[in-house]
Design a protein around this ligand. Structure first.
Ligand code: BGC
Length: 739
C-alpha cells in the first residue's frame, strides 16, 4: 500500500522546522538556494547504496527517495489522457479504490486535431491539477511518436504524422503540466511507431528520417518544453535497445540537446546493466514484466540498475561518475516535484476540468464530408432543429471508450456517451439500436461474437432505419486488442465487426445517413461516396457525447483538421508501399524505406492522393483566402521572410479556421518533399469578418538534415510558400528565392 504523503512529509517537516529554529536548514532543503548547489549537497550526504536506490523502481509506479535525509519517494501514473486508477504496489491489478476516478480528456490525436496550442496548455495544466490531487509527481505522457502507419495500435496516444504540428502542440502541454510541480514524461523515445514486436524490433532508418521526421517533437519537448523526464521506447534502434542507446541518449539527447532531466525506461525496457550504466539511462522501471500484464518473481533489488549495478561499481567495471550523474538527475527531479514545498493542492473531476475536456472535444472534431441528400437542398449537417425521428445506431454510441487500450485506460467519474449527449439535445425524438457488437475490451484477447448475433443486430437496425427521418451511425474502432490498443497492431485497414456492410445497408434503407467515426486511426471507407455526411470524432474522453452533439446540432461549428492522412488503401501509405521489411519488419529487423516521405509528404511527392488529406476539415461556414503579400522576393541565408494573407468568413456562421503554411524547396541537391508544414494559426471570425494572418519564415524552416556533414543546411534556389485550408486545398502560392 502507498504510505500517505502526510506520513512521508512528517520527518521532512520536522527536520525542516528544527533547521528553521536553529537557523540551519540543510542546503539541499533550502528552496532559496540554486538547484545545482542543493543537488550537490544532497549527493555529498548519500551512500553509494542510497544512490543506487534512487535509480530503479521500488514498486510498479514508484521509485524511492532518501528516507534518511527526508527526501520523499516519487509517485508516477499513466498518462497521457488523465490520471490512471491506482495500481497495486507490485502487480498489475487495480487496487479497487473508490477515490481514484478522474476526468478523461480527449486522446492526444484529438488534441492534435484542434491545431490549437493554447488548448494544449489548458489540457496539460488540468491533468497537472488532477495529478496533484492524486499525489502524483510524474505523469507518463505526452506521447509524440510519429504516425507512420494506420495500423499502429497506439496512434491514438500520439499527435499525428507531422513533426511541426506535434512539436508546436507538445510544448504547451508540458509547460501547463509542469507549472504545477508535476513532471511530464514525454514518450516513447524513440521510433516506437508500431506495437507489433515492440519489445525487440530493430528499427533502421536514415539519419535524415531520424532528424527530420522522428526526433523534432522530442527535441521541442525537451529543449523548448523542458520536460523533466523522458521515457525510452521498447524497440531497438540500429541494433541497440532504445532505453540504453548510446546514439540516442548520450549523443543526441544529452550531448547535442543538453538534456538535464531523467531518462526512464518504459516498463521492462532495460536489458543490460553495463549498457544501462553507460548509455544514458537514469531510472529503471517495470523490469521483468511485459509492460502491461505479466509479473515476475524477481524483486526490485534484482533490477539491472540495483544490485548488479552496485556490483559493477564495486568491481570498478563502471565508474562512480555514471552513478553520480544519474543520482543528480533523480535528485533534481525530486526537488522539482515531490520535495517541492509550495505546491497547490490540485483538484479532480471539477466542473472546470469537464469544461476544458468539452472545449477540446468541440475543437477536435473533424467534419470530413458534408453534402446534401440528392442534388438540391441543404447540407445534412448541422442537423435541422425540426427533425422528428432520429435513429442512432452503433456500439460506440453507448460504449465506455476509456476502458481498454492499454496503459492509457482511465476510470472516469462522469462520462457523457454520444447517445446521452444527443438525447440531451433531441430528447425522446431519438431511438437507439446497437447495430453491431464489438465485445469486451481485453488485453491480448478478442471476444468472438457469433455471426448470427451480428446479423440480427444489423437487420434490426436496417428495419428501424426505414422509419427514421435521419440515421446517425456511431461506429469506428475501439480500445479492444488489435484495434486502437497497446501491445498489438490492427490486423487490417477496414472497419471491424461488419461495419462496412452495416453502413451500406443503412444507407440503402435511408439515404439521410450521418456516419460518426470514433477512432485514433484512419480507416478504409469503400462506402464513402454513398454517405452524405461523415464526422471524425476521435476518443473524446468524459465529455465526448457533449462535443459530438454540439457539432451535430450546430451549437458548435466544427474546426478540427486531420493530424494525419487517410489513404484510400493501405498500400498508398509510404510505410506499406515497400512491403513487409518496411512494415512490420521480419520480426527481428525493419527498415523505414519510405525514408523522409511520411504521411502527406509521401502522398504529395509521389502523387498518390490521400482519400482525406492531412490538414483537412470542413466548416459550417466558408473561408475566403485573399491575396498574400511577402516582405521580400529574395532573402539571404540569415534573413526571415514575412508572409501575410487576409482571411474572411464568407458565410452566415461564426467559426474557426486553421490557416496552414507549407514550404517546398524547388531546387535541391537531395530529395525534398513537395511541401512541409512550417506554420499554422487558428483564427476565430464572425460572419463577414476579416483578419490578416502573418507568418514569419525563419532560416531554419528552409533547411534539411545533411547526413554527409551531420548538420542542418539550406541550399540557395527557388522555394514556394503554399497557404491553404488543408495540405491539398492550397489557396495561395508565393514563390521566393534564397540567395
Ligand atoms: C507503456 C508505457 C506506460 C507504462 C506504464 C508500458 O506498457 O508502453 O507507455 O507508461 O507501460 O504503464
Amino acid at each position: 500500500m502507498k504510505p500517505s504523503r502526510l506520513l512521508l512529509s512528517i520527518p521532512l517537516a520536522f527536520s525542516g522546522m528544527l533547521a528553521w529554529a536553529t537557523g540551519n536548514l540543510p542546503i539541499y532543503q533550502d528552496e532559496t538556494r540554486p538547484m545545482d548547489e542543493r543537488v550537490e549537497d544532497a549527493l555529498s550526504r548519500m551512500t553509494t547504496q542510497e544512490k543506487i536506490n534512487l535509480i530503479h523502481a521500488q514498486g510498479k509506479f514508484s521509485s524511492a527517495g532518501v528516507p534518511r535525509l527526508g527526501i520523499p519517494d516519487l509517485w508516477m501514473s499513466d498518462g497521457p489522457h488523465g490520471v490512471r486508477a491506482e495500481i497495486n504496489w507490485n502487480d498489475w491489478g487495480y487496487s479497487n479504490r473508490t477515490n481514484d476516478s478522474i476526468t478523461a480528456f480527449p486522446a492526444l490525436t484529438a488534441l492534435a486535431a484542434t491545431w490549437n496550442p493554447s488548448l494544449s496548455f489548458e489540457y496539460g495544466n488540468a491533468i497537472g491539477e488532477e495529478a496533484l490531487y492524486r499525489e502524483k509527481d510524474v505523469m507518463l505522457g505526452p506521447g509524440v511518436n510519429i504516425y507512420r502507419t494506420p495500423l499502429n495500435g497506439r496512434n491514438f496516444e500520439y499527435m499525428g504524422e507531422d513533426p511541426h504540428l506535434a512539436s508546436v502542440l507538445v510544448v504547451p502541454y508540458i509547460k501547463g503540466m509542469q507549472q504545477n510541480g508535476v513532471a511530464a514524461s514525454v514518450k516513447h523515445f524513440a521510433l516506437n511507431n508500431q506495437e507489433l514486436w515492440r519489445g525487440h524490433i530493430d528499427v533502421n532508418l536514415s539519419d535524415r528520417a531520424l532528424h527530420e521526421i522522428y526526433l523534432p517533437a522530442f527535441k521541442s519537448a525537451v529543449v523548448d518544453g523542458d520536460s523533466w523526464t523522458i521515457m525510452g521506447s521498447y524497440n531497438k534502434i540500429r541494433g541497440q535497445h532504445a532505453c540504453h542507446n548510446d546514439l540516442l541518449l548520450n549523443k543526441i539527447l544529452k550531448e547535442d540537446w543538453g538534456y538535464k532531466g531523467v531518462v526512464m525506461t518504459d516498463w521492462g525496457g532495460a536489458h543490460d546493466t553495463r549498457e544501462a550504466a553507460l548509455y544514458g539511462l537514469d531510472l529503471e522501471m517495470g523490469s521483468y514484466t511485459n509492460g502491461l500484464t505479466s509479473e515476475s518473481e524477481f524483486t526490485t533489488d534484482d533490477y539491472y540498475m540495483a544490485k548488479p549495478y552496485l556490483a559493477l561499481i564495486e568491481k570498478g567495471d563502471v565508474p562512480m561518475s555514471t552513478l553520480d550523474d544519474k543520482a543528480r538527475r533523480m535528485l533534481r527531479l525530486n526537488f522539482l516535484t515531490a520535495m517541492k514545498r509550495n505546491k497547490p493542492l490540485g483538484s479532480v473531476a471539477s466542473p472546470e476540468h469537464y469544461a476544458i475536456a468539452e472545449k477540446i472535444g468541440d475543437e477536435a472534431i473533424v467534419l470530413l464530408k458534408n453534402a446534401s441528400v440528392g442534388k438540391k437542398g441543404p447540407k445534412l449537417l448541422p442537423l435541422s432543429e425540426n427533425i422528428k425521428n432520429i435513429l442512432v445506431v452503433g456500439d460506440n454510441a453507448t460504449r465506455d471508450l476509456m476502458k481498454g487500450g492499454g496503459s492509457s485506460e482511465l476510470k472516469v467519474k462522469d462520462n457523457v456517451t454520444p447517445l446521452k449527449g444527443l438525447q440531451a439535445i433531441y430528447g425522446d425524438r431519438i431511438k437507439y439500436t446497437q447495430g453491431y457488437r464489438a465485445g469486451k475490451p481485453m488485453y491480448s484477447n478478442v471476444e468472438k461474437i457469433p455471426q448470427a448475433i451480428q446479423d440480427s443486430l444489423r437487420d434490426e437496425a436496417v428495419s428501424m432505419a426505414r422509419n427514421a427521418d435521419v440515421v446517425i451511425f456511431i461506429g469506428g474502432l475501439n480500445k479492444n486488442h488489435l484495434q486502437d490498443c497497446e501491445a498489438g497492431d490492427r490486423i487490417d485497414y477496414s472497419l471491424p465487426f461488419g461495419q462496412p456492410e452495416l453502413i451500406e445497408a443503412l444507407q440503402a434503407a435511408n439515404p439521410n445517413l450521418i456516419v460518426v467515426l470514433l477512432s485514433g486511426n484512419a480507416v478504409a471507407m469503400p462506402w464513402e461516396k454513398k454517405v452524405p455526411a461523415i464526422v471524425q470524432g476521435w476518443y473524446l474522453g468524459s465529455m465526448a457525447g457533449k462535443s459530438i452533439a454540439n457539432v451535430i446540432s450546430g451549437k458548435v461549428n466544427p474546426s478540427g483538421k486531420l493530424p494525419f492522412s487517410f489513404p484510400v488503401k493501405l498500400e498508398d501509405n509510404g510505410a506499406h508501399h515497400f512491403g513487409a521489411i518496411s512494415y512490420p519488419g521480419d520480426s527481428i529487423r525493419q527498415e523505414y524505406l519510405e525514408d523522409i516521405l511520411v504521411g502527406y509528404r509521401w502522398h504529395d511527392t509521389k502523387k498518390i492522393p490521400a482519400f482525406y488529406p492531412f490538414g483537412h476539415g470542413l466548416s459550417y461556414t466558408t473561408w475566403q483566402y485573399g491575396k498574400p503579400s511577402a516582405s521580400a522576393k529574395t532573402i539571404s541565408e540569415n534573413e526571415c521572410l514575412t508572409i501575410s494573407i487576409p482571411i474572411r468568413n464568407n458565410g452566415q456562421t461564426a467559426g474557426k479556421e486553421v490557416v496552414q503554411l507549407y514550404i517546398g524547396d524547388d531546387q535541391a541537391s537531395v530529395l525534398r518533399p513537395l511541401k512541409e508544414l512550417k506554420g499554422f494559426e487558428k483564427i476565430a471570425l464572425k460572419p463577414g469578418e476579416e483578419k490578416t494572418v502573418s507568418f514569419t519564415i525563419k532560416p531554419d524552416d528552409l533547411k534539411f538534415y545533411d547526413d554527409t556533414t551531420g548538420s542542418w543546411k539550406a541550399e540557395p534556389g527557388k522555394f514556394n510558400v503554399y497557404i491553404g485550408s488543408s495540405s491539398t486545398d492550397i489557396r495561395a502560392t508565393v514563390p521566393f528565392e534564397l540567395k
